[in-house]
Design a protein around this ligand. Structure first.
Ligand SMILES: Cc1cc2nc3c(=O)[nH]c(=O)nc-3n(C[C@H](O)[C@H](O)[C@H](O)COP(=O)(O)OP(=O)(O)OC[C@H]3O[C@@H](n4cnc5c(N)ncnc54)[C@H](O)[C@@H]3O)c2cc1C
Length: 541
């Protein structure tokens, strides 16, 4: 489709879908949503546990590799990103976390008016339909159903929680409520009726019924078109053909934290020296584009248990048949939820004023890798469980840069994992606490042995070497076109408008001023929702 629109949104991911929902709500504006990937109508997207299959599916996934990283002993980390309607929200692990209220206070304190906790809480409440019901903190009746996840949990989730409490974590009934700290009964999920509730399902499904929304899929934006300093449209490739679409009001880039800086750089917004070297005309020089990359790092400790776990259910053919029937007959059982069943947030030392570490419990283990599959559907051949960690606000910073003016080439991802002493020491403390949890009853009596890293890993140096060897992204890149009051320190202003040009915004996780404590799908959808509201407000003004 070629033509004229009021707004063009590039990218139908977590933020792009929420923004499209808000932008088309009043029926006044013609909106084009361009998506590089195709349809999300696939069994392994709709079935929650199917994300083991989409993890390496090049038809649905950009399948990036980061650069070899000294922080993980020179290894190359795999970076899946959704390339499909729904974006990464269509292939993620569905854990729903909003972050700590203080994260947003930090956003505001960095000079971003309108992004404090009191500003974002109403957006969270408005978009949510929480199964546990609405209250001062939670929403009900919004388009995004959040499953409380109190059915189908493996029974060992309870002794895990009791052990975490015995180790010193407070019990928290709702980490998305009054406080984030503590161990929860379970992780809340973006599922509805046993089906993945991606941003596409929550926001695009209703918005598709509106006559003013056009969705064009398998269309990869290759350049933002400018007249002088004003963005006026998008060039994209579809089926091998180059096409253009024009936006009379604004172009909104929602390509995610990897592809958004790539598209800005390809379009002449970025580090001027770098762009000139690649033969790209500079529209707006801003070295912050692609820089300030933040991401969470995760590590698992694996244990052999004396009692059956999901390994024993999911591995044998008859177990697969059983859970398959459970799922097909009534959308229930372990396939209807995430592998991350229990968990919460804790502080690694008393000096911290808020949680700095996230904890996961999985009644399941995958020590034995399987080629081209995230082996959650084929776990280890023994009863196993995993305790996982990921940091909340790491201080290591990386970057995403194009290395060619070819828009179809992959950008270079330099993550710089554990490149600060802060991040290393924090993870060291966290791993020790994780072992403390495993040493508490009633979990302790269920454990036969620690398999990985194993009891021989004891000194600080050994523990650090081990987590450098086995850590990896938890798939939360952000801040690569961060919000800040001016172009000296960021890329977009507090209304998400790109500094130094007109008619162009960034609405996705790359616009986060700082990383949020916990998984980023919820915050990305909130930013899409609130960004969409801002575009409409500004169009009226
Ligand atoms: C494997 C995995 C597991 C995860 N698990 C969780 C979890 O359990 N809980 C959680 O909260 N978060 C999780 N996340 C993270 C979360 O899904 C992301 O943080 C969130 O989706 C980011 O939203 P976004 O809108 O910024 O980008 P995305 O959702 O990635 O959307 C970007 C969209 O833009 C499209 N696009 C990009 N470039 C172009 C272009 N040039 N032209 C057209 N279209 C383009 C992409 O194809 C994509 O659809 C996970 C992510 C992954 C990959």
């Amino acid at each position: 489709m070629q033509g004229d629109f009021d707004f063009i949104i590039v990218g139908a991911g977590a933020s792009g879908c929420a923004a499209a929902y808000k932008l088309t709500e009043n029926g006044r504006y013609k909106v084009l949503l361009l998506e590089a990937g195709g349809s999300d109508k696939r069994f392994y997207i709709q079935m929650p546990m199917g994300y083991g299959k989409t993890f390496y599916d090049k038809n649905l996934n950009w399948m990036y590799d980061a650069e070899p990283d000294a922080g993980i002993n020179g290894q190359v980390d795999f970076w899946p990103r959704g390339k499909v309607i729904g974006g990464s929200s269509a292939i993620n692990a569905m854990v729903y976390v909003r972050g700590d209220a203080s994260d947003y206070e930090d956003w505001k304190a960095a000079g971003n008016k309108g992004w404090g906790w009191d500003d974002v809480l109403p957006a969270y409440k408005a978009m949510e339909d929480y199964e546990g019901g609405g209250d001062a903190y939670r929403g009900s009746g919004g388009p995004l159903h959040i499953c409380a996840n109190d059915k189908y949990l493996h029974w060992t989730t309870k002794p895990f929680r009791e052990a975490a409490i015995a180790a010193g974590m407070p019990a928290n009934p709702d980490y998305n409520g009054a406080s984030q700290e503590g161990v929860a009964p379970s992780y809340q999920l973006t599922t509805k009726g046993g089906i993945r509730n991606s941003a596409a399902r929550a926001f695009l499904k209703p918005a598709r019924k509106r006559a003013n929304l056009a969705i064009v899929s398998k269309a990869q934006a290759t350049r933002i078109l400018f007249e002088g300093k004003r963005a006026v449209g998008v060039e994209y490739v579809q089926g091998g053909q180059t096409k253009t679409a024009r936006a009379s009001r604004e172009v909104i880039v929602s390509g995610g934290a990897v592809n958004t800086p790539q598209l800005l750089q390809l379009s002449g917004i970025g580090d001027a020296t770098q762009l000139k070297r690649l033969g790209i005309d500079v529209v707006m020089a801003n070295p912050n584009v692609g820089r300030n990359l933040k991401d969470h790092q995760g590590i698992n400790y694996t244990y052999k248990l004396k009692v059956p776990t999901l390994n024993d259910t999911l591995r044998p053919w008859w177990g697969k048949l059983l859970v398959g029937m459970q799922y097909i007959l009534y959308r229930g059982g372990p396939l209807a939820i995430s592998i991350n069943q229990g968990g919460g947030f804790f502080r690694t030392n008393e000096r911290e004023t808020r949680p700095n570490m996230q904890l996961y419990y999985q009644a399941f283990s995958t020590l034995i890798p399987k080629t081209n599959e995230r082996p959650i559907l084929s776990p280890d051949p023994f009863s196993g469980m995993s305790l996982g960690l990921s940091n909340c606000r790491p201080t290591s910073t990386g970057e995403i840069m194009i290395t060619t003016n070819n828009p179809l080439a992959k950008p270079k991802i330099t993550a710089n994992i554990y490149s600060t002493n802060h991040d290393v020491q924090e993870m060291l403390e966290a791993v020790k606490f994780l072992r403390k949890i495993a040493a508490q009853e009633p979990l302790k009596s269920l454990i036969a042995e620690e398999l990985r890293p194993g009891p021989e890993v004891q000194t600080d140096d050994e523990i650090i070497h081990d987590f450098r060897q086995r850590s990896g992204t938890t798939f939360h890149p952000c801040c690569t076109a961060r919000m800040a009051p001016d172009a000296k320190s960021g890329v977009v202003d507090a209304r998400l408008r790109v500094h130094g040009v007109e008619g162009l915004r960034v609405i996705d996780a790359s616009a986060f001023p700082g990383i949020v404590s916990g998984n980023l799908n919820g915050p990305a959808m909130m930013l899409g929702w609130r960004g969409g509201e801002m575009v409409v407000e500004d169009a009226k003004a």
